[in-house]
Ligand binder design. Structure first.
Ligand code: ADP
Ligand code: MG
Length: 657
């Protein structure tokens, strides 16, 4: 595609045109981060070893995974490389890592990052075993060999290699070669090089030297007590190998190339595995780092003007080794077992965020059942509360497929008909429009993402603006309603004092449409609302049946305070509630942090958390997923729904009734 092609050119250009750091401009064009996926084989004796795989490779760059929403379909992904379950350590090393090593001798930086859920093979890929050595020992062997040859007597440059080994745990930088060190600081020198003052640097001239320092530290980290294992899956292990070069003759130049080899923290959703307390806090910190890493890779690969390196320790450390003239590869490790399914999808989405997706992620293609069994997940595995997920139509999926935001030609083909645009979510539309504007302002000659005539575009822009205004209006309305309820409450409690003990009098004046005495009105998913409406004896009543109007007598309402609040809720029909829910869901999925702040009970911090969660896990399938966002409790989620659904629904269609 056009956009992808130009990014590739940038990458190659950046790779070739910067011979050394000296004299080079400080801000070279950002380079693309390569992304490879490695599927490990089933591991004997572990849970799910007899499953049929739910992932399978298609060719050397693409794979497909079963779609739990529809067993007849698969999700397809394309990457720079795909390594299947039969791939060897040598395949990964030779295919994705070895080619970048020579750049270190040109004074450029490189990084290799293993990403993926715990148990998917990150450590196997990076470290491996004595029988199957991974990327780290192979790279060290080759690099030491290379430096010996290049730095031999009589050659123009003298070379030396040093190593450091550190861990980022809960956003603290810890020296693994010196267990007495505390949290180290990351600094940037005047030339933009990132350094860590006080970090141990061991000179190494042979592989034996390397092993002598690395193995004990590494063993401490990966084996031993369970607690350490947990820690190891929750921290980022960073091996730094520096190659220093000094020119033997005038003009005595110096060069430094840094290689980062990183075994990242597990990307699994700890919320789903039910972690509590400290571990939850740990996972929060990990998620923050992985989240920013995703943002950085995203920004680099899209050529965005701001790359948020400073937003986490990990990316700050990698600032001079990701992007710029650096050469980076992210290896996303995935596992074939079904109980990994959700983590696998989330890892693939992370890896694919800026990749073009082949055709569409949902294709109507059947699979031979014996090759790729349908994924049957228990309700528990399907994350949320037991309500059924909102079923998506094919059109929504198609729009959803733009989520990885590949500014691709296929996107413009898909979106060009105006009819489709007008039925599109305004937030998505706004994003496409602003992306178009950005591309235009950068002098892009390519076809706009939205290939609609100018006049229609103006109309669309206006629609988007109107929607924004509408959101503002709804917010005001919500506030008014809340104020009304508060006023009513105050009045009620005043009368309560006056008329004690007949505390329920005020309610005599109010007519409420109810089917039965109310216990409590609860905001429910659409499907449940419909079920409830069909069963008149249920405890939850959201009003539908106008024919059975009756007065709410004082004795029928034992909890007047709550009633006062519920009364106006109850005048809202299920369709309106569902409408409100849908609006919230759309906002959660498409709204920017700023849009989200237009919602009640969502401040800047929560808005950021929501956007972050979405980046990591993909779209919310129902509003209750909000509870899965780090830092939002079930209670907060409920009060959020209460504050917003009704406001949005009521503001939309209720009118003065
Ligand atoms: P992670 O570091 O992502 O938590 P590990 O690397 O520890 O995962 O892998 C989990 C288990 O799977 C280990 O027993 C490891 O030896 C095995 N394993 C991982 N990848 C492979 C592979 N490609 N081939 C064979 N075994 C593997
Ligand atoms: Mg590991």
């Amino acid at each position: 595609t056009k956009a992808g092609g130009s990014r590739d050119r940038d990458h190659l250009g950046a790779g070739r045109c910067r011979p050394s750091k000296i004299g080079a401009s400080r801000r070279p064009p950002p380079a693309r981060v390569r992304v490879a996926v490695r599927l490990r084989p089933f591991v004997d004796g572990t849970v799910g070893a007899s499953d049929t795989p739910c992932v399978r490779g298609m060719d050397s760059c693409s794979l497909e995974i079963a779609n739990w929403r529809n067993h007849q379909e698969t999700l397809k992904y394309q990457f720079d490389a795909f390594y299947g379950e039969r791939s060897t350590q040598q395949d990964i090393y030779a295919g994705s890592v070895q080619p970048i090593l020579r750049h270190l001798l040109e004074g450029q930086n490189a990084s290799v990052l293993a990403y993926g859920p715990t148990g998917a093979g990150k450590t196997h890929t990076m470290l491996g075993s004595p029988e199957q050595p991974g990327v780290i020992p192979r790279a060290l062997m080759d690099l030491l060999q290379l430096t010996r040859e290049e730095g031999a007597e009589g050659r123009p440059w003298a070379l030396s290699v040093t190593m450091s080994y550190l861990e980022i745990y809960q956003e603290k930088v810890l020296d693994l070669l010196d267990s007495t060190s505390g949290d180290l600081v990351i600094r940037e020198d005047c030339r933009g090089n990132i350094l860590i003052p006080g970090l141990t640097q061991k000179p190494i001239t042979s592989f034996a030297d390397f092993e002598r320092h690395f193995l004990p530290a590494s063993r401490n980290r990966t084996v031993g007590a369970t607690r350490l294992n947990q820690r190891s899956s929750r921290s980022h292990a960073v091996l730094l190998v520096k190659v220093d070069q000094r020119e033997r003759l005038a003009p005595f130049r110096q060069r430094e190339g840094k290689l980062y080899l990183i075994d990242l923290a597990g990307s699994e959703d700890n919320r789903r595995t039910g972690n509590k307390g400290l571990r939850l806090k740990e996972s929060g910190a990990i998620n923050a780092s992985l989240f920013v890493l995703g943002k950085v890779v995203d920004a680099l690969n899209q050529g965005l003007p701001r790359v948020p390196y400073r937003d986490s320790k990990l990316t700050r450390l990698l600032q001079d080794s990701l992007g710029g003239s650096a050469h980076s590869i992210l290896i996303a490790n995935i596992a074939p077992e079904r109980h990994f399914y959700l983590d696998t999808v989330s890892a693939l989405n992370f890896a694919a965020r800026t990749k073009e997706v082949i055709n569409r992620p949902f294709t109507n293609e059947s699979l031979q059942p014996h090759v790729l069994g349908p994924v049957k997940l228990s309700q528990k595995e399907l994350l949320g509360p037991p309500e059924a997920k909102r079923a998506r139509g094919p059109e929504e999926e198609e729009i959803g497929s733009l989520e990885p935001m590949a500014a691709s030609a296929s996107a413009s083909q898909k979106l060009s008909p105006l009819q489709k645009l007008s039925s599109m979510d305004p937030a998505m539309l706004e994003r496409l429009l602003s992306l178009d504007r950005l591309l235009a302002s950068q002098g892009s000659q390519g076809a706009p993402l939205l290939s609609t005539p100018k006049r229609e575009r103006m109309v669309l822009m206006k629609t988007v603006e109107e929607k924004d205004l509408e959101i503002e209006r709804l917010k005001m309305k919500q506030k008014e309603l809340e104020a009304k309820v508060l006023a009513q409450k105050a009045e009620d409690s005043k009368e309560k004092e006056n008329h004690c003990p007949t505390i329920l009098r005020p309610l005599l004046h109010r007519t409420v449409t109810v089917a039965k005495p109310l216990k409590k009105a609860v905001v429910m998913p659409l499907q449940l609302i419909q079920e409830q409406a069909a069963s008149p004896n249920a405890e939850i009543h959201i009003l539908k049946n106008k024919g059975r109007k009756r007065k709410l007598e004082s004795l029928d309402a034992p909890e007047p305070e709550e009633k006062a609040e519920d009364c106006w809720e109850l005048q809202i029909s299920p369709e309106l509630l569902a409408h409100g829910r849908q609006k919230i869901l759309d906002l959660l999925n498409e709204g920017s942090a700023r849009d989200l702040r237009s919602l009640q009970r969502i401040g800047p911090k929560k808005a950021q958390l929501i956007v972050g969660w979405r980046e990591l896990h993909g779209p919310f399938s129902q509003v209750e997923d909000l509870e899965r966002v780090e830092g939002i409790t079930g209670k907060q989620m409920e009060s959020f729904l209460k504050a917003n659904i009704l406001g949005l629904a009521a503001g939309q269609r209720c009118g003065p009734s």
